[in-house]
Design a protein around this ligand. Structure first.
Ligand code: ADP
Ligand code: ADP
Length: 222
């Protein structure tokens, strides 16, 4: 089948302390699919397992059970950096001592794209996220919203087959969050990007996603 298919996955963190008792699974048998070009929101309260589920799709958490497939290929043996997914987190996680352009170019360097094509692509991406001409700025001089725009440009740079967005707007104030949600929705549609958006914000899910699934205590409920 086309796109992402997650079947019956279970993720459990190691038990803490000496009780030796296994912790309950953080993700307890989740199954869902995301078609190519579709934007899916994963909505639920803090601590219900959304980040863990997204990290498992990215290959950042081992599966106790179940499968993650792309176009029918089992990704169990494919490490995170070879899955072709773009990751973006709440705090952006930019390289603080590098310029905006160097941050956006990171994935393109890894791909060994020649310098002239890299610079052209960085310029295009910065225009796409509403920061035209800001490549030489220091990351430390940017506002929170600008940083998240840079993080988005960086995650889009290598042309990922799917974006995994973990609360990308949650650290921003409400006004900015609403505006960036509209922009992100438009950008994802225009570029036909496949994405999973993890959020606890109903309104953000409704604005950005084509479809929403809800999670509670490690399980998908609707
Ligand atoms: P959400 O993203 O919905 O806020 P998380 O996936 O972060 O939820 O967390 C789900 C559950 O797993 C929570 O009980 C959380 O405390 C626990 N958890 C998350 N990360 C770890 C970890 N690295 N080690 C142990 N437990 C964790
Ligand atoms: P977020 O919801 O943005 O992931 P958290 O504060 O829940 O922020 O988690 C911050 C970090 O701590 C994450 O790497 C997460 O995996 C880890 N973490 C969360 N809960 C636990 C836990 N109960 N035990 C150990 N690590 C945890």
């Amino acid at each position: 089948s086309n796109g992402l298919s997650v079947r019956d996955i279970v993720v459990r963190y190691p038990a803490e302390g000496r009780s030796g008792r296994a912790a309950p699974p953080a993700v307890d048998g989740a199954s869902f699919a995301v078609g190519r070009g579709e934007v899916l929101a994963l909505l639920g309260p803090s601590g219900c397992g959304k980040s863990t589920l997204l990290r498992a799709v990215a290959g950042l958490e081992p599966l106790e059970r179940g499968t993650v497939e792309w176009d029918g290929e089992d990704l169990a043996a494919v490490p995170t950096h070879r899955r072709g997914f773009g990751l973006m987190f709440q705090d952006g996680q930019l390289f603080a001592h590098r310029s905006v352009a160097e941050n956006v170019a990171y994935g393109l360097r890894v791909q060994r794209l020649p310098r002239d094509r890299r610079e052209a692509r960085v310029a295009d991406l910065l225009a796409l996220v509403g920061l035209p001409g800001m490549g030489s700025r220091a990351v430390t001089s940017l506002s929170g919203g600008e940083r998240q725009r840079v993080a988005l440009a960086r995650s889009l740079a290598p042309e990922p087959r799917m974006l995994l967005l973990d609360e990308p707007l949650s650290a921003l104030d409400r006004e900015l969050r609403v505006r960036l949600a509209d922009e992100l929705a438009a950008l994802l549609r225009e570029t036909g990007t496949t994405a999973i958006l993890v959020t606890h914000d109903e309104e953000e899910a409704a604005t950005i996603a084509d479809r929403t699934i809800r999670m509670r205590e490690g399980r998908l409920v609707a």
